[in-house]
Design a protein around this ligand. Structure first.
Ligand SMILES: [Zn+2]
Length: 343
C-alpha cells in the first residue's frame, strides 16, 4: 500500500485576514485538529516545507506583484481589491504556501508511491501572473507546476481543479502552454466569472484547457458523471506524467460561499478517481494542494476523509448527504464539453 505525505507549516496561520473573512487561519486549525483526532494509519507521514524562493515565484508572477505584496506586508498590511487581505506576515506565509506545494509536487515526482497533500494557505488558484485576487496571493499550483517543468524535467503535467470556483489564475498561466492540461470543474455562474466551456486554450495549447461550468446544485452523481465522461478521457488522451490537484472543498453542500451539493463521500470519490488515474497513467504521481473550503466542519472532515482514502482506509462521512438532494443530470453540458474537445 502506498503512503501519503502531508505538508504543513505553522507560518500558514500567520496570514491574518480578520474575523469577518471566510479565508481565515481557523480553516487550517480545524484541519489540523481533525487530523490530530483521527486515527491516521502509519503510512501517513508529515513534512515541513521551506519557503519558495523569489526566483521560483518569478517562474509565474511578475516582479511588480511580488514587490507589491512584500511592500504592503512590510508596512503592516492592506487590501488588494475588495476581498484579498495582506497582513504583516502574509508575504512569508504566501512563500510557505507556494513552497509547500512545490514540496508536494517534488515529493510526488521523486517518490511516486507517496501521494502528497499540501495543507497550506493562502490559497492560490485565482492569482494570475500579475494580479492577486480572490483571497489568493501567489498561485501555489502554477508555481509548483513551473518548477516541475523547468527544474524537474517534466514534459506533461495535468492540473485538475475541483474547487467550486474557476481557477482563472492557473488557466491564465498555462493558456498557451502545451505542456500543461488544465481541467476545472466549477459552479457557473459564480466568482470570478470566467471558465466557460468555450475557453479551451490558445495556440499550440488549444484543447488543453478543459472547463466544466456546472450549474448550481450539482451533487455526487453529477460530479461522478463529469469525471467519467470528461476528466478521465481527457487525462487519458493527454498522458500526464503527474497529476496536480487544486483541492478546494467549497463545493460541499454545507459551504456558505457557493451552491453545490457535494458530500464528503463525493470528495472521496473524486480523490479515488484521481488516485486511480495517477496509478494508471503516471506511476502513482499525485499531488494535492488546498484551495478553498469555508464551512470549518465540512472542510476538516472532507480533508481527513480524502487523506484516509488516499492512505487506503475507509473514511467516514460525518455530515452525510445533502438535505433535500442534489441535481444529478448534467448530460447536456457534458455532451457540449465532449463535443468541444472531440471526445
Ligand atoms: Zn473556491
Amino acid at each position: 500500500m502506498s503512503g501519503v505525505a502531508l505538508i504543513m507549516h505553522p507560518e500558514c496561520l500567520a496570514h491574518e485576514t480578520g474575523e469577518w473573512h471566510p479565508e481565515k487561519p481557523e480553516r487550517l486549525q480545524a484541519i489540523w485538529d481533525a487530523l490530530q483526532a483521527a486515527s491516521l494509519p502509519p503510512n501517513v507521514s508529515w513534512l515541513t516545507p521551506a519557503p519558495a524562493t523569489v526566483p521560483r515565484i518569478l517562474r509565474v508572477h511578475q516582479p511588480r506583484l511580488i514587490d507589491e505584496i512584500r511592500t504592503m506586508a512590510a508596512r503592516g498590511g492592506g487590501m488588494i481589491g475588495l476581498d484579498t487581505v495582506v497582513s504583516r506576515r502574509s508575504f512569508d506565509a504566501a512563500l510557505i504556501a507556494a513552497g509547500g506545494t512545490i514540496q508536494a509536487v517534488e515529493t510526488a515526482w521523486d517518490t511516486p508511491d507517496r501521494r502528497t497533500f499540501a495543507l497550506v494557505r493562502p490559497p492560490g488558484h485565482h492569482a494570475t501572473p500579475d494580479t492577486a485576487m480572490g483571497f489568493c496571493l501567489f498561485n501555489n499550483v502554477a508555481v509548483a507546476t513551473r518548477v516541475l517543468l523547468e527544474e524537474k524535467g517534466a514534459r506533461r503535467v495535468a492540473i485538475v481543479d475541483f474547487d467550486v470556483h474557476h481557477g482563472n489564475g492557473t488557466q491564465d498561466a498555462f493558456i498557451d502552454d502545451p505542456r500543461v492540461l488544465f481541467c476545472s470543474l466549477h459552479q457557473f455562474p459564480l466568482y470570478p466569472g470566467t471558465g466557460r466551456a468555450e475557453e479551451i486554450g490558445e495556440g499550440s495549447a488549444r484543447g488543453l484547457t478543459v472547463n466544466l461550468p456546472l450549474p448550481p446544485g450539482c451533487g455526487d452523481v453529477a460530479y461522478r458523471a463529469a469525471f467519467d465522461r470528461v476528466v478521465e478521457p481527457v487525462l487519458r488522451r493527454f498522458q500526464p506524467e503527474i497529476i496536480v490537484a487544486s483541492a478546494g472543498f467549497d463545493a460541499h453542500w454545507a459551504d456558505p460561499l457557493a451552491h453545490m451539493r457535494l458530500s464528503t463521500s463525493g470528495f472521496v470519490e473524486l480523490a479515488r478517481s484521481l488516485d486511480r488515474l495517477a496509478t494508471e497513467l503516471c506511476g502513482g504521481r499525485l499531488a494535492l494542494s488546498l484551495e478553498g473550503g469555508y464551512d470549518l466542519g465540512a472542510l476538516a472532515s472532507s480533508v481527513v476523509a480524502v487523506i484516509m482514502a488516499l492512505a487506503g482506509e475507509t473514511p467516514q462521512d460525518l455530515l452525510g448527504p445533502p438535505p433535500g438532494g442534489a441535481l444529478e443530470n448534467v448530460d447536456p453540458l457534458l455532451d457540449h464539453v465532449r463535443g468541444l474537445h472531440g471526445l
